[in-house]
Structure formats: C-alpha cells, structure tokens
Design a protein around this ligand. Structure first.
Ligand code: SF4
Ligand code: SF4
Length: 468
C-alpha cells in the first residue's frame, strides 16, 4: 500500500463544516485552555505595552517611516541596513518552517493574532450573552429591548478593543504619545487616522465576524503549511482504534463488555471547537490545533473513569503504530526539521555576530562632477567632494577625516566633523594633491573617518582624484 503524505490526504478532504452555519464554541476549561489564556495575555501585554516603553529618551520600538529609521531598543537601523530586516524575515520564515514541521499548527492554536483576538472577543461575548446554549437561544429569539441592549454592549466593547488595537498598531510607526496627544487636540494626520480605522476595522471584522472563515478560506499560511507536515508532525488526533465503535452508554460501563470503543458520542469535542469541526473525522484543514477538544474529551473520560487521551497531541505514525512518547520525541530529530534548524542557527548566528560587531557609522562620498579639478592658490591640484556621515549610534560623535593614496594628499581646511546622535551630517571637502607627482586622469584615493574618542570606530571609503 502506498502511503499518502499529510498534505495529500488533507487536500482531498473538503471542508466538512457548512460556512453558512454560525459556530458557537462552548466554554471549556483544562490544561490546554489555560495555556491558550496564558498566551493571549502574554502576546497582548507585549503588543499593547511595548509601544509605551521608553528607551534613551524615545520609544523603545519604533518604525519611524518619516525619518526612515527603525529603533529596536539600542539598535538603530537606517535604510542602508535593510539587509537586517530581510534577514529578520528570513529567520522568521525558517523558524515557522521548523516549528510547523515539528509542532504542526501550535502557532495557529495559541499565538496567531486571529486566534488571540477571536478568543478575546469570545470572552466578551460569553460575558454578555452567556455560554453556547444561551447564545444560540438569544440569536434565535425575536428582537427585544434586552437582546438589542446585549448586542449593542457587545459590539460597543468589540469596537473599543478594535480601535485601541488599531491605535496601538499605528503607535509602532508614529510615537504613541504623540499620536494620543494629537488625537486629543485634533492634530493627528489623515494617514494615521486612516490606518487606525483600517486596522481597527480589520480586527473588528476578523475577530467578530469572519473568525474561523479566516483560517479556512483566507489565511495563506493555513493553506500552505500542510506541505511542511509529514506523518511525524505533531497534530491533534482522535484515536479511532480506541474510540470506535462509538456510542452512548451508562457511566462506568466497561466498553469491552458492550463491544463499544471509548467514545461515548457526546459531541462535546465538536461543541467546543472554534472552527466547528469534528476531529473524529480525521486530520482536517480547518483544525487549528487549539486542543479545546482534548480538554473537553479528557473531562468526559474522567467522568466515565476511562483513561485520558482519546483525543491527544500525537502524530499520525504514533496513533497508527502505538508509539510511546520517547519514540515521538526521537522522531522530532528527523532530517527535515534538522535541516531547518541548521539553516536557522547559521543565519541567526551570522546576523547576531554582524550586529554585535557593526560599526555605528556610515559613509557616502560624491565627487563634484561639474569641475573635475582646479588649481589652488599654492599651485596644488584640488578636487571637491561631498561626504555624508551617518551616526547610527545614540551618542553624538566627533570624527576626524583623513585621506591617503597620493603623494602629499590632504584635506584642505577643517578635517573634523560633529555628527549628532542618530543623525546625519553632510560635509563639503576640498582635497589637495601636489601637481606633477603623478600622471593625468583619475587616481584611486582612500577616505578614512575615525571617531576622535574611540579610534576603533572608523570606516573607509574609496574615491577617485582627478589630475590635469
Ligand atoms: S468528547 Fe470524546 S467521548 Fe465525547 S464525542 Fe468527542 S471523542 Fe467522543
Ligand atoms: S478539532 Fe480540536 S484542536 Fe482542532 S480546531 Fe477543533 S477544537 Fe481545536
């Protein structure tokens, strides 16, 4: 028998839940729910809080598009540093590949913004409208003052959360304190208002209405991640060998005596599922790996005095072949994840080394083109240059400019430059060389800029000197 890959099997499975049927996830408590709640708090404390953190007299994390500078704590990135942002994207992609190959959809189930905001919106919904049965009843009931009041309150809180989320998002691109004071005195720019409303509206629509449809039909990651799955990837799995034949029975019934499996067909695993699927139908595209069904089924197993784990985190191979936990862990170290890990470690290590040894000084030199050379009062030949110095550190720095490469070459006049913290300075330079020492035409020279206080910080740049 030829075994299919996970991707092949899942592609063949069509969405089993009807997109027109609204999903009312039932409240569930348990180990994995606690983890999910913890991740909601953790991610949101970071997201809502980080933009308020001051650092060196500015915002610790700020993507200042207007000034074209990205601040990440002590690191100041300039447009010339976009290589680091590219590497960051590459590292994120590799980390996602590694994580998905090993742990499946844990990102989707615990940390994806769609999951996190849907969870927050569900907390509000449950607090106002009640648990699954009450919400179904309320939606089916005719309009009344009480129903309108509940819906208005729910949407009001959702909108408040959404707008604050939009404001926070924009606060990573415009200093959040300036943004807030601008809003209070009508001084906020049109683009900022647009992005606050856009991001806030997206949060409201995706977490309040689209919910599981985002994961099923829109999210590209959900569509392609199964390519990274194999039969040893961690998934939420129903143990059909143990559970079937399913059927209801009185508590404490020994299923072996009745010819039944351990599944009592209570459907609670379906009722708690945020995407409205039945995990007993096997691995499905819609399963975000949130483990709500594991918590639900474990509680049912406890009540029936059956062992936990009828639904559990496992792998396809482990469920089919009854692997012990050690074998599941051992198979984590298979070739594909190890290749991702090796690439991740090499790229992360190289970029960490590059950032740690980075010289916080950038230089650009332009030769004045209109006049290639001229003769000075003393008969020396002069070339004019424009030097752009960028101080990528957060202290003002004083630099000494030197030039070499030709006999007697020197900087005429002031050879010092003061560049403010995280600032730029443009300097007009006149360079002199002795005539007759070399032939006519272009000759390579070397500029060297040295930090007066710390000579270890220096940078060189080649240029051309023209002689008559
Ligand atoms: S919760 Fe467990 S016992 Fe109940 S239907 Fe689902 S798998 Fe079967
Ligand atoms: S099947 Fe289980 S793990 Fe998958 S989305 Fe539904 S509740 Fe979450």
């Amino acid at each position: 028998m030829v075994k299919q890959s996970s991707a092949q099997r899942i592609i063949e499975i069509k969405p089993v839940s009807d997109p027109n049927v609204k999903v009312y996830p039932r409240t569930i408590r348990g180990l994995f729910n606690s983890w999910r709640v913890a991740f909601v708090w953790l991610t949101q404390i970071v997201f809502y809080g980080l933009c308020w953190l001051p650092w060196n007299g500015r915002q610790a994390v700020l993507f200042d598009l207007e000034q074209r500078r990205f601040y990440l704590f002590d690191l100041v990135l300039w447009p010339q540093d976009t290589i680091y942002l590219t590497i960051l994207l590459l590292i994120s992609a590799l980390a996602l590949f590694l994580f998905t190959a090993v742990a499946g959809r844990l990102w989707c189930g615990y940390s994806c913004p769609q999951t996190v905001y849907t969870e927050i919106f569900l907390w509000v919904e449950r607090w106002i409208e009640g648990d699954r049965p009450q919400r179904i009843k309320l939606d089916a009931a005719p309009n009344s003052g009480k129903k309108v009041a509940k819906k208005t309150l729910k949407h009001g809180i959702w909108l408040a959360i959404s707008l604050w989320t939009g404001l926070t998002f924009v606060g990573y691109f415009t200093p959040i304190r300036d943004l807030l004071s601008g809003l209070s005195n009508a001084g906020t720019g049109a683009w900022e208002i647009f992005w606050i409303l856009f991001y806030g509206g997206a949060t409201y629509g995706m977490a309040g209405f689209l919910r599981e449809h985002m994961c099923k039909y829109i999210c590209p990651y959900a569509q392609f991640q199964f390519v990274m799955f194999d039969r040893d990837t961690l998934i939420v799995a129903y143990d059909a060998q143990r559970g079937e034949t399913r059927g209801s029975r009185p508590k404490n019934t020994d299923p072996r005596a009745t010819g039944l499996g351990d599944c009592i067909d209570c459907s609670i695993c379906v009722q708690v599922c945020p995407t409205g699927i039945d995990i007993r139908d096997g691995l499905q595209l819609e399963c975000i790996g949130c483990a709500a069904c594991i918590d639900a089924c474990d509680q049912v197993m406890d009540k029936m005095n059956y062992p936990r784990g009828l639904i559990r985190y496992s792998t396809e191979n482990a469920v089919e072949q009854g692997f012990a936990r050690q074998e599941i862990v051992r198979r984590t170290f298979r070739l594909r994840p190890m290749l991702y890990l090796a690439a991740l470690l090499i790229i992360s290590g190289a970029s960490a080394w590059s950032i740690a040894t980075r010289i916080p000084l950038k230089i650009g030199i332009e030769k004045e083109r209109a006049v290639l050379y001229r003769e000075g009062d003393n008969g020396a030949i002069e070339n004019s240059f424009r030097m752009h110095l960028t101080n990528a550190s957060e202290q003002a720095r004083h630099f000494r400019i030197e030039v070499s490469g030709l006999p007697g070459i020197r900087v005429l006049g002031n050879d010092l430059a003061n560049v403010p913290a995280a600032g730029m300075q443009e300097i007009a330079l006149t360079i002199q060389a002795e005539p007759g020492s070399i032939g006519s035409g272009s000759h390579p020279i070397l500029f060297r800029v040295i930090d007066a206080a710390d000579p270890a910080i220096q940078i060189e740049q080649k240029a051309s000197f023209w002689m008559p």
